[in-house]
Design a protein around this ligand. Sequence first.
Ligand code: 5GP
Length: 116
Amino acid sequence: MTYDPGNIFAKILRGELPAFKVYEDDKVLAFLDIFPRAPGHALVIPKAPSRNLLDVESADLAAVAAAAQRIARAQVKAFGAEGITVTQHNEPAGGQEVFHLHVHVIPRQTGVELRA
Ligand code: 5GP
């Protein structure tokens, strides 16, 4: 389980691929998911290289969590989200497809299922 700097989110961090950024600070970047499971679906990533929850430094994890909270609160205010779903996948067996740590923050409305 090593970190591959050729992953898509590392390319976004380096400015080699575009992304619709919704939040940034010195430790964290957040941007919209390219295949949103609901409108406003955001991904929060640490700027430091980290494959997933299994290798992330605790300070980076705390920064990601704090940013996820800010984004969730903004989704309630900006989109009128009635709820928020937060998910995070680790390794292929855990559903991870992009191997730079990321947290999904997804605005929800009552009775509206997530897109596949
Ligand atoms: P995972 O299954 O690894 O937790 O989720 C990876 C997420 O990254 C998916 O929701 C997918 O839609 C998203 N994604 C994959 N490629 C890109 C990309 O190039 N740009 C953005 N913004 N999201 C991406």
